[in-house]
Design a protein around this ligand. Structure first.
Ligand SMILES: [Zn+2]
Length: 242
């Protein structure tokens, strides 16, 4: 579905979304942005700003990392509902979600396993892909900047947050893809899974500039390559697989 935007509107949208602390919604990133890489110090700074400093959503500050947990590595169920046979958007989003799951499993091999299922889990926590339910602020028609988001419910702008044990609190975690007026690209879907895996705030290479980047993968690998409840000063940088 085409964007409802004139060229000048697109330019305005990309400026405003770059300036916003964009917890509630995610657009497509800057078109043509080159890759972003991060030094060890920058990776640690990005884990700190995106994850550690975002734990206040729970009403307390852990001052340490929080994320999906499991031994020897977290196995996270991803419920991808069968798309409607008559809805091409749903079919595209379901396919993109499957590709994102495979890519994350490859890039974070040994650190994290995502397990895609097509029936709703009845116990435990999981990620649920939800079609067409992205949060758009009341009165806004800025559909491109609010193309998708991760939240506690469909159509909600509330970000996810940790419990006191540094695990993911909301059950399930919703990945809301699309609002009926924007294109959810493969990179946007992967970006949203970054949020669902507890990268809360955007950083350079994750929503600022491109949707995802080499820096994004290394920040995610470092979050899952260190034990939960690791303080910023104790983080060791872990690079994602190429
Ligand atoms: Zn985002």
């Amino acid at each position: 579905m085409p964007l409802r935007s004139s060229p000048s509107r697109v330019a305005l949208v990309s400026i405003t979304s770059a300036l916003a602390l964009n917890l509630a919604g995610c657009g497509g990133g800057s078109h043509g942005s080159s890759d972003v890489t991060a030094t060890d110090a920058q990776v640690i700074a990005d884990v700190t700003s995106s994850n550690i400093q975002a734990s206040y959503g729970a009403g307390f500050n852990l001052n340490a990392t929080w994320r999906w947990q499991g031994t020897p590595q977290p196995t996270v169920t991803v419920y991808i509902p069968p798309p409607s046979s008559t809805d091409a958007n749903q079919q595209t989003y379901a396919s993109e979600a499957q590709t994102t799951v495979a890519t994350i499993n490859r890039k974070l091999a040994g650190l994290l396993v995502l397990q895609a299922v097509t029936t709703q889990p009845t116990s435990g926590n999981y990620i649920e892909v939800s079609y067409g339910t992205a949060y758009v602020p009341p009165g806004s028609t800025d559909y491109a900047s609010y193309c998708s988001n991760v939240s506690t419910a469909p159509y909600s702008g509330t970000p996810i947050y940790p419990d006191a044990n540094a695990n993911i609190a909301p059950v399930p975690v919703y990945v809301n893809l699309g609002n009926g007026h924007c294109d959810v690209t493969q990179d946007i879907v992967t970006h949203e899974f970054g949020h669902a895996l507890a990268l809360s705030n955007h950083f350079n290479g994750f929503g600022y500039g491109p949707s995802i980047s080499t820096a994004f993968w290394d920040v995610l690998a470092t979050l899952y390559g260190n034990p939960p409840l690791t303080a910023s000063s104790n983080l060791k940088v872990v690079r994602a697989a190429p």
